[in-house]
Design a protein around this ligand. Structure first.
Ligand code: SF4
Ligand code: SF4
Length: 187
């Protein structure tokens, strides 16, 4: 394990290329990213501060920051940064590093639970089903939510990649470990 910057360049570089990730070093702390951030208007997310923390190697602090998970990956800051810092991809990489070390936020882990149980990050609920029917569609699209037998393939991907362990998934409860059982297909 190197510095956080080295890990961002090394790990993110495998996906985006090292030059892409090295743009982090170009940050001049102008704050345009923070000023552009739709999420930051309503949350404690301060994009500029995240990059400052990353550059001074505050690894544990950034991994334990709830704000790290408030980014909606809208790419507004990415488009507006005057220094060409690949902001959103850097945030995504920091999240991946944090997740590998067991710091994924509960709401993000719950998205994994929904995918595990329905195949959808945002399952289709009764209200959406009524809306679909109102415009002449079947209540459910032809996805794993309708064809539950296909869910096994989704769950196999999660098992094979170790994503279930990463989010601390309880296969008996079909929920995060320690969470109340809320139905779903048992394995
Ligand atoms: S807009 Fe770009 S240069 Fe300015 S603080 Fe944000 S990342 Fe750094
Ligand atoms: S990509 Fe994330 S940090 Fe950047 S503006 Fe959008 S929500 Fe804010």
């Amino acid at each position: 394990m190197g510095t956080l910057y080295e890990d961002i360049v090394g790990y993110g570089g495998e996906v985006f290329g090292e030059e892409h990730m090295e743009t982090l070093r170009e940050c001049v702390q102008c704050g345009k990213c923070t000023g552009s951030c739709p999420s930051g208007r309503n949350t404690a997310l301060r994009t500029r501060k995240l990059f400052q923390m990353a550059l001074v190697d505050l690894r544990e602090e950034i991994f334990n920051s709830p704000e790290l998970w408030f980014c909606s990956t809208c790419y507004t800051c990415y488009e507006r940064c005057p220094k060409g810092v690949k902001t959103t991809d850097i945030i995504r990489t920091i999240r991946n590093l944090a997740a590998k070390e067991g710091h994924m936020s509960v709401p993000h882990r719950m998205i994994g639970v929904y995918v595990m149980k329905t195949g959808h990050a945002v399952p289709i609920g009764p209200d959406q089903m009524k809306l679909r029917e109102a415009v002449g569609l079947e209540s459910q699209p032809p996805t794993t939510q309708k064809y539950k037998e296909q869910l096994e393939q989704v769950q196999t991907i999660f098992r094979t990649t170790g994503y279930d362990a990463m989010i601390d998934f309880d296969w008996d409860a079909m929920n995060l470990k320690g969470m109340e059982k809320k139905g779903g297909k048992k394995k």
